[in-house]
Design a protein around this ligand. Structure first.
Ligand code: BTN
Length: 264
């Protein structure tokens, strides 16, 4: 473990108007998303960030866990109060994915890929993941938490065996230590930039950038759900970030959520 994050260092590097104006930093926590949901319920301001050096119960999508060793990576959750319907909320995950991809590009000169919906990959290895959770009423979002985990400096050789073959860190690919405070500040500023575009209703612009990063588009994929599994070619995205899947029969399905497997 290297030096711990320093709030004044982060604030000095941050040039946002809303996102990260309030940061709660924890040395150890179960999950920043859980904490952020609690803070959201008690009225925390839009843009509040919950940040942790380590998580003992980091949450991944679909009930998985997120490996969160201390002082090496970034684990953060952003509390948002977007004035949108539930159906539009998925686009915030797209905003987060774009912000992480852009930040990686700026910091490493490597252009990552995004596996739908929100796995950030370099050379097919997952370097970051996003988990969005929300509270709603009357079909509207009350508040929303977008949780981002980015593997910056962890040594893949010391990660648990079950992720050693699929995960990677930016340090693995660049051979150098990434400045965590600097990466965080840039990521929050990228997030704010795209979140403002989202709030201004310019969805096409966000989806165009997301599409440019897509590692899924054009691939043959398998989607598994409780109803069974379907296969087809990923042929596009809709305006809410849903995946368009063209089956061999020619029928196009829209997949709104789930887990996909790239077959080719
Ligand atoms: C996934 O790809 O499965 C999503 C991983 C999301 C992990 C982050 S780490 C910070 C935030 N707090 C959590 O408990 N999970 C998210």
């Amino acid at each position: 473990m290297k030096g711990l994050l320093d709030l004044s260092d982060i604030r000095q590097k941050l040039n946002t108007k809303i996102i990260g104006k309030e940061i709660r930093l924890f040395e150890d926590i179960d999950s920043t998303n859980r904490e952020a949901m609690v803070l959201g319920a008690s009225g925390a301001k839009e843009g509040t960030v919950v940040l942790a050096e380590s998580q003992t119960g980091g949450k991944g999508r679909l009930g998985r866990t997120w490996y969160s060793p201390k002082g090496e990576n970034l684990y953060l959750s952003i509390i948002l109060r977007p004035p949108v319907l539930l159906a539009e909320a998925q686009l915030i995950t797209v905003v987060a994915a774009v912000s992480v991809a852009e930040t990686i590009k700026k910091f490493t000169d490597i252009r990552p890929g995004v596996k739908w919906p929100n796995d950030i990959l370099i050379n097919r290895r997952k370097v970051a993941g996003i988990l969005t959770e929300l509270a709603s009423g009357n079909d509207k979002v009350n508040y929303l938490v977008v949780g981002i985990g980015i593997n910056l400096n962890m040594e893949i050789s010391s990660a648990p065996e079950e992720i050693r073959g699929i995960a990677g860190s930016l340090k693995d690919f660049t051979g150098r230590e990434i400045d965590r405070a600097g990466f965080l500040a840039t990521n929050l500023s990228e997030f704010e930039y795209y979140y403002m575009i989202f709030k201004a209703g310019e969805r096409q612009r966000i989806m165009d950038i997301y599409t440019g990063y897509s590692a899924t588009l054009g691939n043959r994929i398998r989607v598994r759900s409780l109803e069974g599994s379907i296969e087809g070619i990923a042929c596009g995205f809709n305006m809410e970030g849903g995946l368009l899947l063209k089956r061999d029969s020619g029928i196009i399905d829209t997949i709104l959520a789930g887990d996909i497997e790239h077959i080719s």
